[in-house]
Ligand binder design. Sequence first.
Ligand code: PNS
Length: 191
Amino acid sequence: MIAIYPGSFDPVTLGHLDIIERGSRLFDQMIVAVLRNPNKMPLFTVQQRLEQIRQATQHLPNVEVDSFDGLTVNYTQMRKAQVLLRGLRAVSDFEVELQMAHTNKTLSTEIETVFLATSNEYSFLSSSVVKEVARFGGSVDHLVPPHVALDIYQCYAQNHPVSNPMKTEAIPPLKSSPMEPPLEKLQEREA
Ligand code: PNS
């Protein structure tokens, strides 16, 4: 059985990777599908996100990483997949995810949405949390794979911040960077 794991992955987190690894044990093939969304202003380009996920999943032979646009169900049908895989972190996810699953069911009765409960340790984690922490100079080493953390620090033109992720008070102020978009642009960015 082939499963699609769709999302923005801006950037991929350890929570996403937890779902990918567990999904790869449940399904014959897993396709991690990055949405090309022209309405959002991401931190990373689709190409960067594909590379970040590919590097993080290279030890999983049945995982493919691809991008798509348009409706997820159309892409799922095109790839001859039967399952849409999504992670559920908390009750707050449930409403949105259930609406999405029901909408997708009205578009294709053949495709089943399967939810995996995110492992407890990642129940708070989202791409937007990672960006928020990094933007204000905190360490994201415990939230994303090392190569993604480097990309993030580079993006915010920071040096590696603190070695202890719990200790954030001694972080030097953000250096201004030509890559740093204006605050209002950051606020427009996706969750
Ligand atoms: O990681 P995200 O941003 O929570 O992923 C959301 C995503 C990409 C799975 C969802 O927005 C999506 O499927 N978008 C494609 C458009 C679509 O199919 N919409 C109908 C379902 S509501």
